[in-house]
Design a protein around this ligand. Structure first.
Ligand code: GUN
Length: 341
């Protein structure tokens, strides 16, 4: 299971290297290989490629409404990337940018309009919303059958029950990534670090459905490094830069890093082995996993950037196409009821 290690027999060492009594037993001798880097781009490309014929078969393009509130730079970048992905794939996108002082009621009105709008199959309200907005009410107002993010309680319920429904994009993308790289999930000890509604909780459920033995750890968990070291498969989603250091990682484990943290302090960038990049760009982006430690400890890992990020967008496209297929199928049944065909 620990893919970056090859066991070394006594024959690999010169006979005179150590007196026999001091020599480690063969099972204790592990020679460190290079870990496998789990890039997101080829997985994203495959997911999007597989969607193209499904989109071409539809009577009209799928439609996604994207709602962005305020001027958070990270949210603006994410939304732009989502709209670009729609354009490249032939998905119609309908963008709604609202000022940071928008009220909950105004947002609810927009969501209700989008719920009724023909040609819109999916609705995405970019999170986080400003603090004064009741995010829960807004997310719950999105019709469950237009919920491109898989955040609606009805769809979360379907996930718990293991029934098909839109699924939260980041954890769904991680499952696709693990399958693409043929990383075993069933029977492995999976630890999910973080319990957010968007990533941690749905991730744990998806891994459970793939027959992993799952533990969820969070800020109140005792002996966090020790708990994480039990993982063959560690998913870090806590939003703290480089929090997961070598002492959290079992040698050879698969480490999935969901974090996206901007580092603007040069000393911190240097400590994380990114001094050169900082000197060029004036900032660096790191995940929740220490970027140097993971290379030395893990058997395989997702890089930041370029690991999980591209998959979130791919799964948003996938959810949107699936919703469009359902809407068009329902419409065709309504047009030609049984017996009238
Ligand atoms: N903010 C961070 N990730 C997400 C996501 O997957 N969907 C939405 N709507 N907002 C986010």
């Amino acid at each position: 299971m620990n893919q970056a290690y090859t066991r070394c027999t006594d024959g690999d060492k010169p006979a005179s290297a150590e007196p026999p009594q001091n020599r480690p037993t063969p099972s204790a001798i592990l020679v460190r290989g290079m870990p496998q880097i789990l890039h997101g781009a080829p997985v994203q490309a495959k997911i999007l490629q597989d969607l193209k014929p499904r989109i071409q078969r539809l009577d009209r393009p799928p439609g996604l409404a994207v709602v962005l509130v305020g001027h958070d730079p990270a949210s603006q970048i994410y939304v732009r990337s989502k709209i670009k992905a729609c354009r490249e794939l032939g998905i119609h996108s309908d963008s709604h940018e609202l000022p940071a002082n928008v009220t909950t009621e105004e947002l609810l009105t927009l969501v209700h309009v989008l719920n009724e709008r023909p040609g819109i199959d999916g609705i995405l309200v970019q999170m986080p919303l400003p603090k004064h907005v009741d995010s829960r009410r807004v997310l719950e107002a999105v019709a469950a059958d237009k919920d491109a993010d898989g955040f609606h309680p009805t769809n979360v319920g379907y996930l718990v029950a293991g029934r098909p429904a839109p699924r939260s994009c980041t954890p769904a993308g991680i499952i696709e990534l693990l399958k693409f790289y043929e990383i075993q999930i069933a029977g492995r000890n999976a630890v999910v670090l973080g319990r957010s509604d968007i990533v941690g909780k749905p991730m744990a459920l998806m891994l459970l459905h793939e027959n992993a033995t799952v533990t969820i750890c969070h800020s109140k968990t005792e002996n966090l490094p020790e708990m994480c070291r039990r993982a063959d498969l560690l998913v870090a989603a806590i939003g703290r830069a480089a929090f997961v250091t070598a002492d959290f990682i079992s040698p050879g484990a698969t480490v999935i890093d969901v974090g996206i943290n901007r580092i603007t302090d040069p000393a911190e960038a240097a400590r994380l082995g990114r001094a050169e990049e900082y000197a060029i760009k004036g900032k660096v982006v790191v995940g929740d996993v220490h970027p140097v430690d993971v290379v030395h400890a893990a058997g395989s890992y997702t890089p930041v950037p370029g690991g999980v990020g591209p998959l979130t967008i791919a799964m948003l496209m996938s959810n949107t196409v699936e919703l469009a297929e359902r809407h068009l199928e329902t419409a065709s049944h309504l047009e030609s009821p049984k017996g009238a065909r």
